[in-house]
Write a protein that binds this ligand. Structure first.
Ligand code: IPE
Ligand code: IPE
Ligand code: MG
Length: 262
């Protein structure tokens, strides 16, 4: 089959419903060029624009992805030098301000996951405004993981569940996987089908630990500022070629297993 540059050759059911991305390598991109690390973040914001726009286009043309979740700042990233953190916070403000119109044009709904505590007030305000303005949009949902840590998310969920049990609204034996999923920041979202990490590190860095149980992983060597639409397509094509078994056997193996018993 010929490979179309716009993925038009892929069957609709092969497009992941939820793509989660660990956008890594901004610092290395800048250092390689003898620039300050923050220039890498600036270039990375341009990549965000391109990838969000492409996912919105794919959603419109092929009906998916429905969700794109971008890891933009982890709870652990507060350990970075104050200048870098300050630059990043200003960048989120500028990005949200300047992209709201594009989100409206592309029918994108904005959401955030992560703790709200410790985020500067202007960041909170811009997020709130973007959430509010885009909440009736019906195209791609863009989820920004900002001030996000997966273990902290699980701690918050366990605390909320414990409170409900204490107040008699929930019985311990009613706690199941759906209840836990429903108390995470990602409540109501489908689990990611495809997790992309750029810049080559083979780790998940405290990202969506519960939700990625059965996600397909795609690690690209490309640094985030250089990550383009063609790289995104490569990730989606890799996903489309995978055989997702969810612990069961695929069809061919099922036949073999049955055959071996006969
Ligand atoms: C990812 O790029 C962006 C954030 C974590 C905010 P990095 O800043 O981690 O880039 P490297 O990994 O140092 O190259
Ligand atoms: C993960 O990248 C966090 C984000 C992309 C926001 P990091 O660069 O912080 O992760 P480590 O330090 O390589 O694990
Ligand atoms: Mg990094």
């Amino acid at each position: 089959m010929s490979v179309a540059p716009d993925l038009s050759d892929l069957p609709r059911n092969k497009i992941p419903r939820h793509i989660a991305v660990i956008m890594d390598g901004n610092g290395r991109w800048a250092v390689k060029r003898g620039l300050e690390r923050v220039r890498g973040h600036q270039q990375g914001a341009r990549t965000v624009r391109d990838i969000v726009t492409e996912c919105a286009r794919l959603r419109k043309e092929f009906g998916g992805p429905d969700y794109l979740t971008l890891y933009s700042f982890s709870l652990e990233n507060w350990k970075r030098p104050v200048d870098e953190v300050t630059f990043l916070m200003q960048m989120y403000i500028d990005y949200l301000r300047s992209e709201r119109a594009t989100m409206m044009e592309n029918n994108i709904r904005f959401q955030q996951i992560g703790r709200l505590e410790n985020l500067p007030l202007p960041v909170l305000n811009e997020m709130e405004r973007t959430l509010e303005e885009t909440k009736h949009n019906t195209g791609l949902t863009l989820v920004l993981a900002l001030n996000y840590g997966s273990r902290a998310e699980i701690v918050d969920a366990v605390q909320a569940i414990a409170r409900e049990v204490k107040e008699g609204r929930l019985k311990p034996e009613q706690i199941n996987e759906e209840v836990i999923s429903g108390h995470l920041y990602t409540a109501g979202m489908p689990d990611p089908d495809l997790l992309i990490r750029t810049a080559g590190e083979m780790r998940v860095s405290n990202y969506l630990l519960w939700q990625i149980s059965y996600a397909e992983l795609f690690v690209s060597p490309t640094l985030w500022p250089d990550f383009g639409v063609a790289d995104l397509h490569e990730g989606i094509r890799a996903f489309a070629s995978r055989n997702r078994r969810f612990g069961a056997l695929d069809h061919t193996n099922t036949l073999k297993a049955v055959g071996s018993r006969q």
